[in-house]
Design a binder for this molecule. Structure first.
Ligand SMILES: Cc1ncc(COP(=O)(O)O)c(C=O)c1O
Length: 462
């Protein structure tokens, strides 16, 4: 059989570890789960913590910002529901097109470099311990050359990291609790959640499904998935992801030029997330630094996760130009350097060896093949939903397809698809109120699973 048949134990231990310790799995229970802004949904709850609740309490008060967060982080919540579904249907062949994790093997040109570095660590000559917090010089230089040649980004502007998500949180630590921030709505949840944790926001407002003090820049088919900047309040920080997760839309050069002008007029800093830049297949910019003047108002976070299958290896980077200054003229990069030295001890040396192989000519070719494979998957998914008469967005410049279900709750659609096809998707509402009525289908999957999922979608919606 060509479809995935994951064993339950694998699925529990690999994807739900934040929630399910091995000893914690007690019983299957039915419980009422409240999704922000949605009616309560009854789901099969998979576990309850096994530790007996003790009467003893410390004298430490809970960080009140943690209390503001709504439910769990989106993707562990999806994983929990998948696990619950697998417990309910132990024989089902569940296909996960939900959390956007890569599935294809890492090209050997890359793993062989990591293996070599790994073995060298067992030798006196090859051993190395802590490296530079900012990353290895050669890797920083190669990233600058590969992704920013002729854009004025140099080796020492690049900070190598253990992935874009960690850098997003480190950047929030850099900015502190007093800044205001804007996000695309819908957007990758880490921007909003890390902002809440840092204390930049007010409480969650249930009526509008938004946190106070965050500017939600609505991105819908009506505005071509680019925010109406004339109606956007000034904020200190603007998180902007292109190609966008979840809508799959890549902003054009003209739109990004307007964004940079907007930031300049307002004295704002754009944090540009280019984690999917290699998926761009038209002439949309791959980097914000392609836009004239962007270096004075922008920084860029990026990652090897979706290019080389490094979601488990963990390697990314943040590029901060020397031209980016605070209001007092102090360089932002200098402060970020301080944060990196305090909060981070550098990316794994084995991962960095892999990163160097990624940006070698053979590695770049291999990454394009991986990206090309997922792009073919995307075409298959787009074709399936188009043939069913849905309004389908994204897909062209990103491994995500954004499908419109007018008038329906995205969590209801998610549940119906899971229940009737055993395919895990992601409800658009999980990415912000602007995602309501949409479902995100990820193109990360083995080809036979993508084909099988599409066959099931066609069966469900024919
Ligand atoms: C827009 C965006 N940024 C960042 C990340 C996280 O990347 P990393 O694996 O490098 O932490 C993701 C992962 O899905 C993403 O979609």
């Amino acid at each position: 059989m060509s479809v995935i048949h994951q064993s339950l134990s694998t699925s529990i231990s690999s994807s739900s570890s934040t929630f399910l310790g091995h000893n914690n799995l007690k019983s299957i229970k039915s419980s009422n789960v409240s999704i922000p802004g949605r009616i309560n949904v009854v789901i099969e709850c998979v576990a309850t913590p096994s530790a007996e609740i003790t009467a003893y309490k410390t004298k430490v008060s809970r960080n009140e910002n943690m209390g503001k967060l709504q439910a769990g982080y989106l993707f562990p919540e999806i994983a929990r529901r998948r696990t619950a579904h697998m417990l309910k249907y132990p024989d089902a062949q569940v296909i996960s097109l939900g959390i956007g994790d890569t599935t294809e093997p890492i090209p050997e040109v890359i793993t062989s470099s990591m293996a070599k570095r790994s073995y060298a660590l067992s030798t006196v000559e090859g051993y190395s311990g802590y490296g530079a917090e900012q990353g290895e010089k050669q890797l920083r230089a190669s990233i600058a050359k590969t992704y920013y040649e002729n854009l004025g980004i140099e080796e020492d502007d690049v900070f190598v990291s253990d992935g874009a998500k960690s850098d997003i949180s480190r950047l929030q630590v850099l900015f502190g609790s007093k800044v205001t921030m804007a996000v695309q709505d819908p957007s990758y949840p880490a921007y909003v959640d890390s902002s809440v944790i840092l204390g930049q926001t007010g409480q969650f407002q249930k009526d509008v499904e938004k946190y106070g003090n965050i500017e939600y820049m609505k991105c819908t088919p009506e505005n071509g998935f680019f925010p109406d900047l004339s109606a956007t309040r000034r904020t200190d920080i603007i998180f902007f992801c292109s190609p966008n997760n979840p809508t799959g839309y890549a902003a054009s050069r003209e739109q990004l030029t307007r964004l940079v002008e907007f930031a300049k007029e307002n004295g704002s800093i754009i944090v540009y997330d280019s984690a999917y830049a290699m998926y761009v297949s038209d002439d949309s910019p791959r980097s914000i630094f392609e836009i004239p003047g962007a270096k004075e108002v922008s920084m860029e976070v990026s990652s090897f996760s979706k290019y080389a299958g490094f979601t488990g290896v963990r390697l990314g980077w943040t590029a901060i130009p020397k031209e980016l200054l605070y209001s007092d003229g102090f360089p932002v990069a200098k402060d970020f350097n301080r944060i990196v030295c305090t909060c981070f001890n550098g990316a794994s040396n084995i991962a960095q060896a892999g990163g160097l192989a990624c940006v070698s000519p053979e590695g770049i070719k291999a990454m394009h093949e991986v990206v090309g494979f997922y792009k073919e998957n995307t075409d298959i998914i787009v074709e399936a939903f188009n043939s069913l008469g849905f309004k389908v967005y994204g897909g062209k410049n990103a491994p995500y397809v954004w499908i419109y279900f007018p008038g329906q709750s995205s969590w209801d659609v998610f549940s119906e698809i899971l229940e009737k096809t055993h395919v895990v998707t992601t409800p658009g509402g999980g990415f912000g109120p602007g995602g309501e009525g949409f479902i995100r289908v990820s193109a990360f999957g083995h080809r036979e699973n993508i084909l099988e999922a599409c066959r099931r979608f066609k069966q469900l919606y024919k």
